[in-house]
Design a protein around this ligand. Structure first.
Ligand SMILES: O=C(O)CCC(=O)C(=O)O
Length: 363
C-alpha cells in the first residue's frame, strides 16, 4: 500500500534558476535515458505546418436549434474520445480575455523574484504550491519544469492562503477562471455520458455529483540549452477524470502518443485541449481511453501552460459503470478511490500508462 510522504527526498532545485545559470549543458539529473529522449527540431513556434493534429471541434452549435448540427458535434466528440482521447474545443463559451489574462498572470508569477515564489514552496503531502518535481523517489531523473499546484473544488480544500497573493490579480483571476472551467467541464461530462448511451447525469453522479474535485497545475518550462536530452514533462496519462489544458499561445511543446509516434499538438487560437483521464477510462470500462502525452522543451523560449483537472470526489470508489457491463464486456478494473489512485503518480512521478494498465483485472 502506497503512503504519502511528507518531505522531498532531496533539496529542491528550481529549474528556472538552473536555466538561468546553464549555458550549454544540463545537470545529469535531467538527462533522460536514450529511449525516452525526444526528437527536437529547431522550430519551437506554431508556424510549422505538420499536417497531423488532434481533432478540433467547434462547440458553437451545441445548444442551438439545429438538431443536425448538434448531432454532428456530439458525433465528433464521440469519435475524438474513442480514436484519440484528446481533442481541442473552440467556441466553448469561456471568454478569450479571461483565458489570456489567466495565462499572462501566471507567466508574471513565474517571473517574480525567487524569494516571493519560495514562500509557497510545496511538499509532497498535498502538492499545493510552488513545486519542481513530481514523485518522491530518491535519485529519480527529473523533468525540466517548475509548477504551481492549487485546489479549486471541493470548497473545503480551496484555501486562498495557498494561492499566490502576487501578482495582485492572481486570486481573483483564478477564481473566475476556475468557475468557468468547472461549468465547461460539467457540460462536457454530460456529453460524454450521453455519448456512452447513458442519461446525461450518470457520469457526473459517479464522480460524486455536487462534490466533484477540481484542481490546477500551472506548468512553467524554462529555456533549456540541451532540449534533445530531456523532457519538460515525462510521458504520462492524467490520473483524474478529464483535463482542460490552456497551452502557451506562442510556443509548441505538448506531444500526444498515437501508436508509436509522438504528435506535436498545434493548438487552435483560444482553444482548450481536452483529454480523457484514467478515471474516465475506468468508469467507461475502457470505451474511452486516457492517452499518454509528454512535453518537450526548447532552447530559445520558455513556455507556460495551465492544466485544469476535473476529478471524482476523492474518497468514493470509482469502478466501471454497471450499465456498460455485459457478459462479453465484464468489468476490467476493480473499484478504487481517487485518493488511493493518485498516490502512484505522487510517489513515483509520471510513468506513461503503467498505473491504469497494471490495474486491469486478470481475465
Ligand atoms: O504543458 C502541457 O502542454 C501539458 C501539461 C500536462 O500534460 C499536465 O500538466 O499534466
Amino acid at each position: 500500500m502506497l503512503k504519502s510522504q511528507t518531505e522531498w527526498p532531496e533539496p529542491i532545485i528550481r529549474v528556472q534558476s538552473l536555466s538561468e545559470g546553464c549555458i550549454d549543458s544540463i545537470p545529469d539529473r535531467y538527462i533522460k535515458p536514450p529511449t525516452d529522449r525526444p526528437f527536437v527540431n529547431s522550430c519551437s513556434s506554431y508556424d510549422n505546418d505538420d499536417d497531423i493534429n488532434i481533432p478540433i471541434i467547434d462547440l458553437g452549435g451545441l445548444y442551438g436549434n439545429d438538431s443536425d448540427v448538434r448531432a454532428s458535434i456530439m458525433n465528433q466528440i464521440s469519435d475524438a474520445c474513442r480514436d484519440w482521447g484528446f481533442f481541442q474545443i473552440v467556441n466553448h463559451g469561456v471568454s478569450h480575455d479571461l483565458m489570456d489574462k489567466a495565462r499572462e498572470t501566471w507567466r508574471e508569477f513565474f517571473h517574480m523574484p525567487m524569494e516571493v515564489k519560495q514562500q509557497y514552496a510545496n511538499s509532497p503531502t498535498t502538492y499545493e504550491g510552488y513545486g519542481s518535481r513530481l514523485g518522491v523517489e530518491k535519485g529519480a531523473i527529473l523533468d525540466w519544469s517548475d509548477y504551481y499546484f492549487m485546489h479549486y473544488l471541493p470548497f473545503t480544500l480551496k484555501d486562498y492562503n495557498k494561492w499566490p497573493s502576487s501578482p495582485p490579480s492572481c486570486r481573483e483571476v483564478f477564481d473566475e477562471y476556475g468557475e468557468e472551467l468547472v461549468k465547461l467541464s460539467g457540460r462536457l461530462m454530460k456529453i460524454l455520458s450521453k455519448n456512452l448511451g447513458l442519461e446525461e447525469k450518470v457520469v457526473e453522479n459517479a464522480f460524486g455529483g455536487e462534490e466533484v474535485g477540481a484542481c490546477m497545475r500551472v506548468n512553467f518550462y524554462p529555456k533549456c540549452p540541451r532540449p534533445e536530452l530531456t523532457l519538460g514533462l515525462s510521458s504520462h496519462s492524467d490520473p483524474g477524470g478529464m483535463t482542460m489544458l490552456l497551452p502557451d499561445d506562442q510556443v509548441a511543446g505538448l506531444q500526444v502518443r498515437k501508436f508509436d509516434n509522438w504528435i506535436t499538438v498545434n493548438p487552435a487560437k483560444h482553444a482548450f485541449i481536452v483529454n480523457i483521464g484514467d478515471q474516465i477510462q475506468v468508469l467507461s470500462n475502457a470505451v474511452y481511453k486516457s492517452v499518454e502525452h509528454r512535453v518537450i522543451v526548447n532552447s530559445d523560449k520558455e513556455r507556460v501552460s495551465l492544466a485544469f483537472f476535473y476529478n471524482p470526489k476523492s474518497d468514493i470508489p470509482i469502478e466501471p459503470l454497471k450499465q456498460l457491463l455485459t457478459p462479453e464486456t465484464p468489468a476490467l478494473y476493480p473499484p478504487m478511490t481517487f485518493d488511493e489512485y493518485r498516490l502512484f503518480i505522487r510517489m513515483r512521478g509520471p510513468r506513461g500508462k503503467s498505473q491504469v494498465e497494471s490495474m486491469k483485472s486478470p481475465r
